[in-house]
Design a protein around this ligand. Structure first.
Ligand code: FES
Length: 242
């Protein structure tokens, strides 16, 4: 299993970042570039190496993939209902950015970096303390499920609102992984929106990278062309949820 990741933001002003679809390219772009980073367009593939179809995602199931670095984990979820649109969010430095909404036929598919912005908890093949908790579940981190929960210190984030922090010690929201779905229902990862911890993460888990990827330097490389998507239940041996 590979992983991937990236980008540190240095913006210090309160300018809003607007992401909008281009009529020509159908790609997303940031009008001023802040808090939004594009990467090589990466196709999401299933466990057998075939193109992952958006319609194949089970509702409210956690799927792990790596983007934009080989070692940075992300989670994609079909929430089963449309997200909010044009949600204004703010990074710790005061920079605002705007979540434009989910993708897919119902606007219900979202992806986020699975690196907790508090202290970088993330899923590994050994265990996961970080995942989406389907509606109807219970958590100590927030009054209701349908949120991402980091069970290390009980931070919670609402995917319908662009990964906004709603509970716990984290001070910022999750980094959105910007997806595109083409006319054939294929899925692509194209960028990251919002503050992120990619560099902090890449500097912090060298022994883990060696264990899971065999080579620390390889783990820090950007992913090329495609990334494999697997259910979290197949990715992590133990899934911990409080
Ligand atoms: S590391 Fe996630 S809440 Fe502390």
């Amino acid at each position: 299993m590979e992983r991937r990741g990236f980008l540190k933001l240095t913006g210090t002003t309160a300018a809003a970042v607007v992401i909008a679809p281009s009529l020509i390219t159908e790609r997303l772009y940031a009008e001023d570039g802040k808090l939004y980073q594009t990467y090589e367009k990466i196709q999401l593939k299933d466990a057998d190496g075939n193109p992952l179809k958006a319609s194949a995602l089970k509702k409210e199931e956690n799927y792990v993939f790596n983007f934009p670095y080989i070692s940075t984990p992300c989670i994609v979820v079909d929430l089963g209902e449309a997200t909010q649109k044009d949600v204004r969010l703010m990074a710790d430095d005061g920079t605002e950015y705007i979540f434009k909404g989910g993708v897919g036929k119902n606007g219900s598919i979202v992806a986020f970096s699975a690196i907790c912005p508090h202290q970088l908890t993330h899923p590994t093949p050994d265990a996961s303390f970080f995942q989406y908790l389907p509606r109807g579940g219970k958590t100590l981190a927030y009054k209701e499920a349908g949120v991402f929960v980091c069970s290390s210190h009980l931070s919670a984030f609402t995917p319908k609102d662009g990964g906004k922090r709603v509970g716990g010690p984290a001070t910022e929201g999750l980094t959105q992984i910007v997806l595109e779905i083409d006319a054939d229902d294929n899925m692509w990862a194209v960028g990251a929106l919002g503050p992120n911890k990619f560099h902090d993460y890449l500097d912090s888990f060298k022994s883990e990278f060696k264990k899971f990827y065999g080579n620390k330097r390889k783990a820090k490389k950007l992913i090329k062309e495609e990334t494999k998507v697997v259910a979290l239940t197949d990715f992590s041996t133990d899934i911990m949820q409080y």
